[in-house]
Design a protein around this ligand. Structure first.
Ligand code: F6P
Length: 532
């Protein structure tokens, strides 16, 4: 279907052509119940999440057209297909069943006649037992030393999710085991991490859905060499586990098959935080904490599956994103957590949204005539206020913002925490309502949109719900745009070319068909590494 041909799309486009909606100051003055109507409060296992979208540039008419657009593009049917295990990743002929990873024990989601929930729980049980054994000191290093450190080696979804969860949960639970993350192929990364560790008490987790990612395999080899050099070759197998779909590939890497925690091809890498990819956090915090995290994700899944459109947070935020991007032309979206615990959230969302929806064709291959995913970026508040917020307030581009805050601090510094939250609320108000000034340099234009998400408290469950919320927001946007949010063919060409360039650098002879700029760069590089 050509979504631009439907009457709701045309109505929204013509609304923009006619000057869009009134300024936020006016909308708030004219709609006394705007805040209530455009806020959604969710109960997540005893905690609350408030989502206030009232400072977005929409009025009732636009909201109504967006709801119509969702109906016209059958987003609810697409959601139901997603949740039931239908083939939604059409280019790879796969379901996308990240929600099955947190489905209750005993429930059913079938893929090719097999109930994947049973498989999920059998891996969860193994993971729980393994994490427990490491935490309790029953699984020790080859020399008998207790495991005090875990190194997660992975990149993209095999790094960003576990790293976010670790940094967030470390602010509310003391990790029993420290976790370090190695992702980049820059050897500085792995070298610095390993330099601080004792091999005898370190467990290496090689996390790779495909077990073919060059960065991860290179870093795993370095870590295995480090183990062998420090405590002997026989220790390598004892100190290394893998998380992957492809157990056959693991065999060649010296990691015993018995310590492979499986995942499934129907879990996208960027949707894999609910899988065994999160094993490092089960070891650090205990599987019961991870169960609560998954319970929060499940609460959001249930909300997404059942809440009516206007009260359905992923639906509403997804549609507002479509409005900002495809109709108002907002090219970027800033994510600003006012919580150090969530400092990695912008980077996590960057992969989730940009790798999912950074597409120019529909799932049928038709070229899109409108803009899809914006550039996602951001940083933690209040630091952002002393760095990039100037542009958001007075720059020539309007950048929608998602603020994320936490009501109850995990510290006893309540006054400072109140100051942190005050800053967040003040920023959203300053963006929305601005302030006139006779000096143009000091005038604050206002009418700059934001959504504020407030967690009553940061808990494993609210963290899980927050992550699942955005998984579903991304899905809703992809469904409206008619794109496949679950493949990422755009990353393949660069990988292949890097492989070819590496071979050329090794021989010192650039490929005959290599472009002039790349030849120049290669020669310059070789000259400066004294190999030309
Ligand atoms: O190249 C992109 C990508 O495939 C991501 O989608 C994925 O999260 C990352 O690489 C890592 O992949 P893997 O877990 O297979 O090593």
């Amino acid at each position: 279907m050509d979504v631009t041909a439907c009457e709701q799309w045309t109505a929204l486009a013509s609304r923009v052509a006619r000057g869009g909606v009134a300024a936020l100051t006016e909308l708030f003055a004219n709609e006394p119940s705007r805040t209530q109507t455009m806020s959604i409060e969710l109960n997540v296992n005893g905690e609350s999440i408030l989502i206030d979208a009232s400072k977005q540039n929409v009025d009732k008419e636009v909201f109504c057209e967006l709801a119509g657009l969702a109906a016209r593009t059958a987003v609810a049917d697409a959601r139901d297909a997603l949740l039931s295990g239908a083939i939604v990743n059409t280019s790879e002929v796969q379901p996308a069943l990240h929600t099955a990873l947190r489905a209750p024990r005993g429930s059913r989601v079938e893929v090719n006649g097999v109930n994947v929930v049973d498989e999920v729980w059998s891996v969860r049980d193994r993971l729980t037992a393994f994490a427990h054994n490491v935490r309790e000191g029953r699984m020790r290093g080859a020399t008998g030393a207790q495991i005090t450190d875990v190194v997660n080696i992975g990149i993209g979804g095999s790094d960003l999710g576990p790293a976010l969860v670790y940094s967030a949960l470390s602010t509310i639970h003391d990790p029993s085991v420290r976790v370090s993350f190695v992702s980049n192929i820059d050897p500085t990364n792995v070298t610095r991490v390993l330099a601080d560790l004792d091999a005898a008490s370190t467990l290496i987790v090689v996390c790779s859905k495909s077990f073919s990612t060059a960065e991860t395999l290179a870093n795993a080899r370095i870590a295995q060499r480090w183990l062998a050099d420090s405590i002997g070759g026989d220790a390598v197998a004892h100190h290394t586990i893998a998380v992957t779909v492809d157990a056959a590939k693991v065999a060649a890497s010296g990691i015993p098959a018995s310590t492979v925690l499986p995942m499934w091809s129907w879990v996208g890498g960027r949707y894999s935080v609910a899988s065994a990819v999160n094993v490092c956090n089960a070891i650090a915090f205990g599987a019961d904490v991870i169960d609560r995290f998954l319970g929060g994700m499940r609460a959001m899944d249930e909300h997404f599956a059942t809440a009516p459109f206007e009260r359905n947070a992923p639906m509403v935020l997804g549609l507002l994103g479509v409005w900002n991007r495809s109709f108002l032309g907002r090219g970027s979206h800033a994510v600003i957590p006012y919580a150090d615990a969530l400092a990695l959230f912008p980077a996590y969302l960057q992969q989730l949204e940009m790798e999912s929806n950074g597409k120019s064709v529909t799932s049928d291959g038709a070229s899109l005539t409108f803009d899809t995913a914006p550039v996602i970026w951001g940083g933690v508040g209040t630091n952002a206020q002393h760095a990039f917020m100037q542009l958001l307030h007075q720059g020539t581009s309007v950048v929608p913002v998602t603020f994320v805050g936490v009501a109850r601090s995990s510290t006893t510094r309540h006054a400072e925490h109140a100051s942190l939250v005050s800053n967040m609320i003040a920023q959203s108000a300053a963006l929305a309502f601005g302030q006139p000034h006779e000096d143009p340099a000091r005038a604050m234009p206002g009418n700059r949109p934001s959504t504020t998400i407030l967690l009553s408290s940061l808990t494993p469950a609210t963290l899980g719900a927050l992550i699942a919320l955005f998984e579903h927001v991304v899905f809703v946007q992809g469904a409206v745009w008619g794109i496949n949010s679950f493949d990422q063919w755009g990353v393949e060409l660069g990988k292949k070319m890097a492989h070819d360039v590496a071979a050329e650098l090794a021989t010192g002879v650039p490929g005959a068909s290599r472009d002039a700029s790349s030849v120049h760069l290669q020669k310059w590089y070789l000259r400066h590494t004294s190999r030309a």
